[in-house]
Design a protein around this ligand. Structure first.
Ligand code: ASP
Length: 345
């Protein structure tokens, strides 16, 4: 029997074509063979569907993530793999969110997009979509992960980050190698894949949006920090710190964070650097954070930190200890530490 791949279109540049006046408009995905006639050569079956509203990915929300997950959940047994066409701006967030939602995933879900619309002569979309489909349909390679494909590289979704608003190689995964590469041949690195799950798929659909990101900069004022930490109904804060997790040691700053933690707000320390990890206690400037109960985010990306915190707080709203513990574990390979399956998240 032929392999089957489902394309789910969400919006973004990749699905755009120019109308007669030169303006960009979404292309009807069921006509994809007109736009990419090369797909007729594929040896597998391709079906297409789309989200209710086609959006620029700047409008992506947890509600859309749930809609997307439900489309795939409904079709999970009918296809060998899934390709999601998505705007590049928030693609790494959606890839991260889906990675947490799909526990015990055993089929590839690959997000891709493009920097130039498909309907434009030099578009990178055609190649991205063809490679993503080839990878998603390849039963032999068997990639049991949510991934992101862009400009010849297949990345783990929750390790990827958008790095360029201009270049075709717009994404990077600084802290984990790519899982596969498209050159003359498709080459896979199966030793880097997540292990094959033994339990059945579970799709989790709760997100807590009451979180925020506090990005530090030299000269940040107590007024700004206090205002952020006193946001009504706040449940979690990600502090984007300097270097390997360092922050001001001034008492006003430490006291403000300590007070937030006492009020039950979960605080995670993530570095502003693109590569490398938070190592709490390496410098004096992070010792205090560790002492007052800030959690070290290790080498997590901001995209994965935001979606993981929303996901864990949404899944375990009344168990703060569990939430704090889970932030230190690797749930889907998002941080470099032993994968933890025992916490059932
Ligand atoms: N603004 C677009 C989006 O993210 C950009 C893109 O698709 O590349 O939806």
């Amino acid at each position: 029997m032929k392999n089957k791949v489902l394309i789910v279109y969400t919006g973004g540049t990749i699905g755009m074509v120019q109308d007669e006046n030169g303006s960009l408009k979404p292309f009807p995905m069921d006509h994809i063979y007109d736009l990419v006639p090369e797909l007729k050569k594929c040896t597998y079956t391709i079906d297409t569907c789309q989200m209710d509203n086609i959006i620029d990915s700047s409008n992506m929300t947890p509600t859309c993530w749930i809609e997307l997950a439900e489309i795939i959940e409904r079709q999970y047994d009918n296809y060998d793999g899934f390709v999601i066409l998505h705007g590049t701006d928030t693609m790494a967030y959606t890839a991260s969110a889906l990675s947490f939602m799909f526990k015990n995933l055993s089929k590839p879900i690959i997000l891709t997009g493009s920097q130039l619309p498909m309907g434009v002569l030099r578009s990178d979309g055609r190649e991205n979509i063809i490679c993503a489909l080839e990878l998603a349909s390849c039963r032999e390679a068997y990639i049991p992960e949510v991934c992101l494909f862009f400009e010849n590289h297949l990345y783990r979704g929750n390790r990827s980050t958008k790095v360029s608003a201009e270049n075709f190689d717009a994404f990077c995964s600084f802290n984990y190698p790519s899982l596969a590469k498209a050159a003359i041949k498709l080459s896979f690195k199966p030793h880097l894949f997540l292990p094959k799950p033994v339990k059945p798929l579970e799709v989790r659909k709760s997100f807590d949006r009451n979180i925020t990101v506090l990005k530090l900069f030299p000269g940040i004022t107590p007024t700004v920090v206090e205002a952020i930490l006193h946001t009504p109904d706040l449940h979690g804060v990600i502090i984007e710190t300097f270097g390997s997790g360092n922050a001001p040691t001034e008492p006003w700053f430490i006291n403000a964070i300590a007070d937030a933690i006492k009020r039950g707000i979960v605080v995670l320390n993530v570095t502003q650097c693109k590569a490398g990890a938070v190592i709490m206690g390496q410098y004096e400037a992070s010792c205090e954070l560790s002492r007052i109960g800030v959690i070290g985010g290790n080498d997590i990306t901001l995209e994965a930190a935001v979606t993981k915190m929303m996901y864990i707080l949404g899944t375990y709203p009344n168990d703060l200890d569990h939430v704090r513990q889970s932030l230190q574990y690797s749930l889907r390979g998002e941080i470099t530490t032993t994968l933890n399956d025992s916490c059932n998240i």
